[in-house]
Every structure is written in C-alpha cells, then in structure tokens.
Design a protein around this ligand. Structure first.
Ligand code: ATP
Ligand code: MG
Length: 209
C-alpha cells in the first residue's frame, strides 16, 4: 500500500526501506520518536525532505493533496472542532466533500458507535478532550476513507472505552476491506488488534512483527 524509498524528513525521520501493508498497522514508540510525523507524511500534510513515498504504486508527489486526503484521512491528536453543535461537527466532512448527509437516526447511531452519550443538538463547547476526539472519529467513520490514519485515537479514554472503540474501528474497517494505520501507546491494543506492529525509535523502524 505505502512504500518508502530512501525517505528522510529533516533530522527527524530516516526510513530507507519501509512497506506498510493493507490491514491494521500499529506504530508503537516513545514520545518524540517520530510517529505523528510518519502519519503526516502519509497524508501529504508534510513531504519528505529526501526520497520518495508511493501509495498504491503512485508517487505521493504527483497526487493532488485534496484527492489523496479523501482516500487517506487523518484523525489528529488534537482534532479541530467547528462552531456549532454535535450534528454540525459530525457532518462537516461530508459537506466539504459535497456528499449526502445521512438522516437523524443514522447520525445518532454513529454517536452510539463512538460511545458519545450526547444529543446531536448539543453544543461542542463543553465537550471534554476525549469526547471531542470521539466526535471527530464519528466524523471520520461517516467519511469512511480507504485508509484511516489514527493518531492516538484512544489516548484520552479510560481502558474500557478504549477497548470498545478500537474493537469497533477494527471491525468496521475489516468488514469493508479498508486499512488502519494507528499510533498508540498501548502494547495491549497493539498485540490484540494489529496485523503488523512497527516499533519506532529515534525516527527509525527498530522492529517489525
Ligand atoms: N516540523 C517540524 N520541524 C522540526 N521538528 C519537528 C517538526 N515536527 C516534529 N518535530 C520534532 O520531531 C520529533 C518527532 O515528533 P513527533 O510528533 O512525530 O513525535 P511522536 O512520536 O508523535 O511523539 P508523541 O508520542 O509525543 O506524540 C520531535 O522531537 C518533534 O519535536
Ligand atoms: Mg504524536
């Protein structure tokens, strides 16, 4: 799916030869090791300072960023909230893409899936960090890209909610033949759900299994 050839990013990443396959890939590693920077490169938010990244055999450099991000979409560590209520924030991605907005019951179902026990009409101003993250995850599920880039989707969650959310995402993705590339600090989550685990340290892949 993704192939890195002699890739470097500033002094931060050195990935001479990395292949990321379809399925569920988990990136593990210490804070500051370069995990988020790798995801940002996959999403074309930043470009390698050296080398080439291919997606499905195509050089990322040659793909339109907007088009690419429809296929490969990121849930960032600190997702953006827009003015308005929960419904607005769920559907804003679809609106940007000019897609049809699902009806009320479907939107409520998404809230259930992400374990957000709130009304669609509630303001997002008072949501906690973890609730905002789950709302942004709901937004992403509605967009349903080919590749989900998840940057610590469960960092703000308690263990039980974390397990429920990750299980839901991995099931959703497998059912539809999509892929996940996820950063987590949880070895337990990695062992349980990953097809492949990449251990990142000092901007390099230390180990893969
Ligand atoms: N645009 C940039 N320019 C210079 N340095 C950067 C840039 N972006 C990130 N860094 C540095 O690169 C290193 C890797 O950052 P990154 O955010 O990828 O780490 P991470 O593994 O995601 O860490 P965490 O687990 O804390 O989220 C850090 O030392 C960070 O300060
Ligand atoms: Mg990070």
């Amino acid at each position: 799916m993704f192939q890195f050839k002699e890739v470097k990013y500033k002094e931060i990443l050195d990935l001479p030869d990395l292949y990321i396959n379809f399925g569920i890939t988990v990136l593990l590693g210490a804070s500051g090791s370069g995990k988020s920077t790798i995801l940002k490169m996959l999403n074309k938010m930043i470009s390698p300072t050296q080398g080439t990244i291919l997606y499905q055999g195509k050089n990322l450099k040659d793909l339109s960023s907007v088009e690419h991000r429809r296929n490969v979409t990121m849930l960032s560590q600190n997702p953006t909230m827009f003015e308005g209520n929960i419904r607005d924030n769920l559907t804003i991605g679809l609106e940007f893409q000019g897609k049809e907005i699902p009806d009320e019951s479907e939107l409520a179902e998404i809230l259930k899936q992400v374990q957000l026990k709130k009304e669609l009409s509630e303001s997002v101003l008072n949501l906690s960090g973890g609730e905002k993250q789950r709302l942004a995850l709901g937004r992403l599920l509605l967009l349903d890209p080919q590749v989900y880039l998840l940057d610590e989707p469960s960092s703000a969650l308690d263990d039980n909610t974390e397990e429920i959310i990750i299980q839901m995402i991995t099931e959703h993705v497998k059912k539809r033949d999509k892929s996940v590339i996820m950063v987590t600090h949880s070895k337990n989550i990695a062992e349980k759900y990953a097809d492949e685990i990449l251990q990142i340290g000092h901007g390099r892949v230390l180990n893969r299994r």
